[in-house]
Structures are given as C-alpha cells and as structure tokens.
Design a protein. Structure first.
Length: 389
C-alpha cells in the first residue's frame, strides 16, 4: 500500500517528464568518451578523429613539459592541497603562478581559483551586492550570469556588444544604485567575436562603473605577448578586473583574477569561492606555470594558430560563418536538426566538430575550435566535407 501511494505521489516524477521535453526539443545532450592524450587527433568512442572541439588552442594540454611539471609537483607536494589557501593549502607554487599571471597581464597582482567558473562566481559575488547594479552582455558566459544572480545585485542584460543599449540602460538606472559592475566576455565563447573593449572602458569611466572582462578564450591567443584582448586593444594598464582560465590555451585546470593589488587583497578576504574551497592542486598549478612560460617563450605557437585561422576562414569563405576574430569559428544552421545531422556526418568522416544548440546559444551552429597544432591537411579535409554537404 505504502509502495503504491509512493508511486502516485512520487516527488521525482517530474524528472522523467522534463527529460522527455528535452528530448522532444532536440536539446538532449550526453557525454562522449575521448581516449588518449589531447591533440589535433584524438580517439572518440574508439575511433581516431580530427579534433575541432577542444579549447586546447596552443596544443599544450598534451605537452611533455607540462606533464613533467605536473609529475614533479605531485612528487614534491602530493596529489592534493589538503586545505583552503587561508588554512593549510597555500604553497609557494601557488604564489609563483600568481606572479607569472600578473607579469603576463602587466597587473599589480593576481589570484588563482579552482576554475574559471568559480573565479567569476566569487569575484562578481564579492564586488557587488543588493544595493548594486550589474550590466552584462546578453551573450556572457554562464558563470557571469550565475555570478550575477548569486551576488543579489540587480542584474540587467544589454544587447550583445551594443554600447548604445548599455548607455541607455546606464542613463536610466545608474543613479539608483551604489556600485555598478559591467561584465563581458572578451572573446565570446559560442560566437568567437570580441567585445568593444575601448568603448566599454570609456563608458565605465563616464558612469563610474567597474568593468570585468572574461579573457577565458583570449589568454595565450590574442595580443602580442598572448596576454589577451586587453593587450590586443592596447588597453594594458587600465584599471580593470581581468578574469580568465588556466584550462583552455594554458592546458591545465583552474581560473584567475588579475588586477590591482587592492582588488586582489579584497578578494582574498571576501571571495567565498576562493576562501571556502580547497586550493588548486599542485599538479594543475605547476602545469599552468609551465604553460605561461611557454606562452612567453614560444610566440611562434600563437602565430601558427593565427595562420591556421586565416587559412580555414579562406577555405570556408562560401559558407555562412559568424563574424569571428578568434580561434572559434561558427557555421550557422537554420535548425538544431540540420546542425546535428551535419555534426554526425562529419563525425562519420572522422571529424569531431560539435553542434551547439539552444538553450546554450540562440541559433544552432557547428562550432569549430582551431589549434596551433592542426596540420594543413586537417583543415583541408574539414573544409572539403563541410563544402560538399
Ligand atoms: C570556459 C569559460 C569559463 C569557465 O572556465 P573553467 O576554467 O572551464 O571553469 C568562464 N568564462 C568563459 C567565457 C569561458 O569560456
């Protein structure tokens, strides 16, 4: 009797219904298993494919030097950091990494978090609260959007890269709030275009706002030294909150904030996702430090990546590409079904290039991530299959 009753009133039945609607909308996703070292070719579900799905833009995640640095760090410091940075988790190698990041970004200081996602949650949540206003680009990464909700601040989206819309929203709302934080991806992760950074800096100054730029897809790629979009736009030295990840071009795991000494000192005292979580592992920390040294010493990797980007854009010039100024190139599709079937066709031909669909993005697309270590023949083959569809 109790059992029948529990079936009728099961509190978890909604999960099944919800999954059914996700399937019906063609929004269902599942994981795909990759085996072997990261690289331009990987094994996907047991079959070799050319990899256009990775954020490992410089090909460092499988680099012998990062692997060696990680192994040495484990042998010296163990596998876990054993505590938060303020308790028992702080090691010299954390500080070394932070100083390397600050030097690359030309900022007074930097702070590493356990992921880029946590860096955004914890920074936004520390800088603004219920009396404050956040204005975020509508295409911002999930971590910035969730950080805005978590902070308790009033959060408004402005139209993508639309400074006029941002201005209008500031004119109406700015005076009603104490502090204001403008947030933007620097390279938009699902489109590959850049934020209008110089204009955003000017408007932030005009309306007395802080400006946070998320350099997740720009660090190691944009700018002469690979410092990111800030360097690309000659804005180095501006007072900004620069966030990024160690997990993409730097081939490791973790996130960071770079900025003024005061900003970093404040975050060490107020950022919940830094204070109440275990310090970055020794292996990830050492691998990221090794990666930043390579970014500095081997600009030819960055150059090779840009050569690949230009070459593929040229090959695909007849397709409907979204405007991109980064290593992310997207091809537009009318429906999730056509994007999915194209991705499947490519995969059958040995090419891993995922379809990205709503709700992640407003319109369905195939998203291509280019790497410095892609060979010309990889790009030729991709273009051939895309053009014959
Ligand atoms: C990937 C990404 C993050 C999250 O970084 P992780 O280190 O993977 O957690 C944050 N912001 C943007 C724009 C990203 O693309």
């Amino acid at each position: 009797m109790a059992k029948i009753w529990s079936i009728l009133t099961n509190s978890y039945n909604w999960l099944n219904k919800s999954l059914t609607s996700i399937h019906r909308a063609h929004w269902y996703r599942s994981v795909k298993e990759i085996t072997g070292l990261p690289g331009a070719m990987v094994e996907l579900s047991g079959r070799p494919v050319i990899n256009f799905a990775s954020n490992d833009y410089l090909g460092l995640a499988g680099d012998k030097r990062l692997i060696k640095a990680a192994i040495e760090a484990i042998e010296t410091h163990g596998t876990g950091s054993t505590g938060s940075r303020l308790m028992s988790g702080h090691r010299k190698l954390h500080r070394e990494l932070e100083l390397e990041i600050a030097a690359l970004k030309n900022t007074e200081d930097a702070l590493v978090f356990s992921s880029g996602y946590l860096a955004n949650l914890g920074t936004v949540g520390a800088l603004v609260g219920v009396k404050d206003l956040i204005l975020g680009d509508q295409y911002n990464h999930s971590s910035l959007k969730k950080g805005a909700i978590l902070s308790g601040a009033t959060s408004l989206d402005y139209l993508h890269n639309n400074v006029a819309d941002l201005r209008q929203k500031l004119e109406i709302n700015r005076s009603l709030y104490r502090r204001c934080l403008i947030t933007t991806d620097s390279v938009f992760s699902m489109d590959g275009d850049l934020c209008p950074l110089p204009e955003l800096i000017a408007i932030a100054q005009e309306f007395e706002c802080m400006l946070l730029v998320d350099e997740a897809h720009a660090t190691g790629i944009l700018g002469k030294k690979g410092a990111g979009c800030v360097e690309h736009f000659n804005c180095t030295g501006e007072e900004l909150i620069q966030i990024g990840t160690l997990s993409k071009a730097l081939g490791s795991l973790g996130g960071y904030v770079a900025g003024s000494a005061n900003l970093i000192d404040f975050l060490r005292n107020r950022s919940a996702t830094w204070i109440y979580t275990t310090a970055l592992s020794p292996a990830d920390t050492a691998a990221a430090t090794a990666a930043i040294k390579i970014v500095k010493q081997e600009p030819e990797r960055r150059q090779q990546l840009w050569n690949n980007i230009e070459y593929l854009k040229h090959l695909l010039s007849n397709l409907e590409l979204l405007p991109s100024k980064s290593s992310i190139l997207c091809i537009n599709f009318g429906t999730p079904e056509t994007a999915l079937s194209t991705a499947q066709k490519l995969q059958d031909q040995g090419i891993f290039a995922p379809a990205i669909r709503p709700p992640t993005v407003p319109t369905s697309r195939i998203r291509l991530s280019l790497m410095a270590i892609h060979q010309k023949q990889h790009l030729d083959l991709l273009a051939r299959h895309l053009l014959e569809k």
